[in-house]
Design a protein around this ligand. Structure first.
Ligand code: CP3
Length: 336
């Protein structure tokens, strides 16, 4: 229950349903490909449940992707094996006008709401169901570049070169994200998380305008429509931008990447409320005593306040499921 004090922190893991699990790979093969899996409610629910059965995590995260929203707004989306996502792009006023109206997104996204409904029925009652979406800046970086980029240069170029088009795109994605998350909550999501994976590349006033402000608007609108709905925000690699992020956006919990130390974050971020994180995902590959020591250190550092144990970013396909089991066992045998 929210706010309840537990002997050890609750635990789940970013990308907990994924390629490091043989049962995930089998179900993805059954679906055909990744996107067909996202849009197949029975199979998407199945892969969401797999890590819950295997590890007994305290939360399940809906299986979907942040790039389904651009697709629902009318962009083409496909995944190139071994490389990642590809999209048709929006870089001009005409491209922006050609996007579908926000109200139309449910035509594409309704199978995702069906997945949420199945999960609410099938999850153990003690397992929290987390819905999610990408934050507008991160989603826009993919819509502008048509793929993942190391430094988000195409999005920065549009932001600095054609402010009106860029701001219009952020606006449209913000509105779509509110509708999408609101529908997930209506279908049964108990918490929602906003993934701003590229927040760290926004500097100075841009961080305020395009990471803080859209999150603040989305959270305010969700809480007005669904009073009390808890929101986790993940402004990845925000560094000093983590300080005050919860207060500035209204987020109930701030997820931390592993570039900040748990000791620093306990002092500077956790004093405003709940934090989530932040074990380096590489430990799921390497395991051993280092994994145990780091896990214990993070639990101890955050033991003075509310904390959800997680990785600092998604688990990678080369991870060993035995190391995940070791992490869960270490957290559950720690005494905060
Ligand atoms: O288990 C979960 O965490 C829930 C499902 C989930 C996925 N993607 C499934 C997925 C979630 C929450 C996401 C979020 C997501 N998607 C983010 C934000 C978090 C982050 O990682 O920073 C981003 C940036 C994306 C976009 C995306 N999707 C990329 C860049 C890629 C390719 C890179 C990669 O890891 O392969 C994906 C594909 C993707 N999304 C996979 C999964 C399980 C792997 C695809 C496969 O199975 O073939």
């Amino acid at each position: 229950m929210a706010g309840e004090r537990l002997p050890t922190p609750p635990i789940w893991m970013m990308r907990q349903a994924g390629r490091y699990l043989p049962e995930y790979r089998a179900t993805r093969a059954q679906a055909g490909d990744f996107l067909s899996l996202c849009y197949n409610p029975e199979l998407a629910a199945e892969v969401t449940l797999q890590p819950i059965r295997r590890f007994g995590f305290d939360a399940a995260i809906l299986f979907a992707d942040i790039l389904l929203v651009p697709q629902a707004l009318g962009l083409d989306l496909w995944f190139v094996t071994g490389e990642g996502p590809r999209l048709s792009t929006v870089t001009t006023p005409d491209g922006l006008s050609a996007l579908k109206p926000v109200g139309a997104i449910h035509d594409t996204l309704s199978p995702i709401y069906d997945t949420v409904r199945i999960l609410r029925r099938e999850l153990p009652p003690e397992t929290t169901l987390i819905g999610f979406a990408g934050a507008p800046w991160t989603v826009a970086t993919y819509m502008i570049a048509g793929q993942g980029t190391k430094d988000q240069a195409p999005a920065h170029a549009l932001k600095d070169g054609d402010r009106a088009t860029f701001a219009g795109l952020i606006e449209r994605v913000t509105e779509a994200t509110i509708e999408y998350l609101s529908a997930q909550i209506d279908a049964g999501a108990e918490v929602v998380k906003l993934f701003d994976s590229w927040a760290g590349s926004l500097k100075g006033p841009d961080f305020q305008d395009f990471a803080v402000e859209p999150a603040r608007r989305i959270i305010a609108e969700l809480k007005s429509r669904h009073p009390g709905i808890p929101v986790i925000a993940f402004p990845r690699e925000a560094g000093p931008g983590y300080v005050g992020f919860a207060r500035a956006t209204g987020a109930d919990c701030v997820a931390l990447d592993n570039s900040v130390s748990a000791e620093w974050a306990a002092q500077n971020v956790q004093r405003d409320g709940c934090v989530q994180g932040n074990l380096a995902p590489g430990h799921m590959v390497t395991g051993g005593q280092d994994l145990v020591d780091e896990t214990r250190r993070i639990v101890a550092a955050f033991s003075g306040g509310p904390h959800i144990f997680n990785l600092g970013h998604g688990i990678t396909p080369d991870a060993d499921p035995d190391n995940v089991a070791l992490m869960v066992e270490t957290v559950r045998s720690s005494r905060a």
